[in-house]
Design a protein. Sequence first.
Length: 72
Amino acid sequence: MTDADRLAQKRYFMIVGVNMLATAGAVLGLLVAGRSNSWEGSVLGGAILLSSLYFMAVVPRAMARRWRTPRP
């Protein structure tokens, strides 16, 4: 495996890791909102959920765009 292949593999695993982290955050938000007895807890859980979904949609694409191979 060449150095370029190893770098691409590391970057791929970083993107997948970010997606997994964002998914875990969304699940945490659902748990906080679902188990809360007050409206403050529900709002906090909803905020965590929405921020995780935004993180899931934006960050991996930004990483892929930044690491894209330049066109010749």
